[in-house]
Design a protein around this ligand. Structure first.
Ligand SMILES: Nc1ncnc2c1ncn2[C@@H]1O[C@H](COP(=O)(O)OP(=O)(O)O)[C@@H](O)[C@H]1O
Ligand SMILES: [Mg+2]
Length: 358
């Protein structure tokens, strides 16, 4: 196992700067997930760690060794891709054992490792099949098995679940987490899916346009997003945003609603008079009570019953927000409601910088 450190890591393709200086320390045994929209530089960053892409500037260490110039096979890492690329004419056992054979590992030791990994992944009964006789989920497990048998210091995963259907994705996701709990090897995992990031990660790195927007545990990025971008990216349905101005010690919304700042316990310190802010409210932090102390006046637009709860989409002065309500709540479309807010759960961002106000 090994720690990884990235120091001012950069990647340019020609004149195009893609990864713009990443600093990060990944602890030995940590599960770190890079998440961000398509094209933000996740794969490029991972490929630099793997040695599949040269590093334009900065320093990359695995353990205490600078590996910038080290070829992939000397880095002691194993990578699992979205496209698992198994050898079609080899059996599962041969696919899993191939890299061991190339590295000159004795057949008896290879067999032991293959059987152990297959057992861990629940594919022991498939060892003599060829990839064509497997489902997508089974093939993805074989690809993981192929990485596990090598006993690398670090696993790198690049969107390994993207080719699987939704149900299978959930299952394999749980298996990856269990795998990490069992073998404890450092994992760096790349995805554009915030649910995958939240469920798997010890720490999440939110990447945007080649720079780190925020690093934190899933709880930290959910509870204290550093920016509008992070607030909107983490959580589902997404965080709502509404413009407001701080006026007479209250958040004044364009529709005339006022929420006293004194009741808002989170990051209101620098909410000075006259400041334009963006208020972030998660759908789950609206409340449905008879006579809410803190509320927004809202016109109901669309009601979506989900069984477990009801999503209510409503408008305040032209902005559409979404509230997650208890299942029995079924307001009428067009109805004007007072939708309560948990004041301790509001997020304030500067209207210009879109950074959180602490
Ligand atoms: N070999 C390359 N040459 C030029 N541009 C590239 C190359 N590889 C990736 N890019 C560009 O770098 C950006 C980031 O790509 P990538 O790291 O694959 O994003 P992500 O994995 O976050 O979706 C994209 O705009 C992509 O087009
Ligand atoms: Mg990618």
């Amino acid at each position: 196992m090994a720690s990884i450190s990235l120091r001012s890591l950069e990647k340019s393709f020609g004149a195009l700067r893609i990864v713009k200086g990443i600093d990060l320390d990944i602890a030995d045994g940590e599960f770190v997930v890079f998440v961000g929209p398509s094209g933000c530089g996740k794969s490029t960053t991972l490929r630099m760690m793997a040695g599949l892409e040269s590093i334009s500037s900065g320093e990359l260490r695995i353990g205490d060794k600078v590996v910038n110039a080290l070829p992939p096979r000397e880095r002691d890492i194993a990578m699992v891709f979205q496209d698992y690329a198994l050898y079609p004419h080899k059996t599962v056992r041969e696919n899993m054992g191939f890299s061991l054979k190339v590295r000159g590992i004795a057949a008896s030791e290879a067999s032991k490792r293959i059987e152990e990994a297959a057992d861990m992944l629940g594919i022991s009964h498939l060892l003599d099949r060829k990839p064509g006789q497997l489902s997508g989920g089974q093939r993805q497990r074989v690809a993981m098995g192929r990485a596990i048998v090598r006993r690398p210091k670090v696993f790198l995963f690049d969107e390994p679940l993207s080719n699987l259907d939704a149900k299978l994705r959930g299952q394999v996701r749980t298996e990856i987490k269990r795998l990490h709990q069992t073998i404890g090897t450092t994992i760096v995992y790349v995805t554009h899916d915030q649910v995958e990031a939240m469920t798997l990660a010890d720490r999440i790195v939110i990447l945007r346009g080649g720079v780190i927007e925020q690093v934190g545990t899933p709880d930290e990025v959910y509870n204290t997003p550093a920016s509008v971008f992070v607030g909107g990216f983490v959580g589902s349905p997404a965080m709502n945003f509404a413009k407001a101005k701080i006026t007479n010690g209250a958040l004044a919304f364009a529709n005339g609603d006022q929420l006293p700042l004194s009741a808002i316990h989170t990051n209101a310190g620098e909410a000075r008079e006259g400041r334009d802010v963006i208020v972030g409210i998660r759908p789950e932090h609206f409340t449905y009570v008879e006579d809410p102390a803190m509320a927004l006046t809202a016109t109901v637009q669309v009601v979506e019953p989900l069984g477990s709860d009801t999503l209510v989409h409503f408008a305040i002065n032209g902005e559409t927000l979404t509230a997650r309500m208890p299942p029995h709540v079924r307001p009428q479309v067009g109805e004007v409601l007072k939708i309560g807010i948990d004041p301790t759960k509001l997020h304030l961002f500067d209207a210009t910088s879109e950074r959180s106000i602490h």
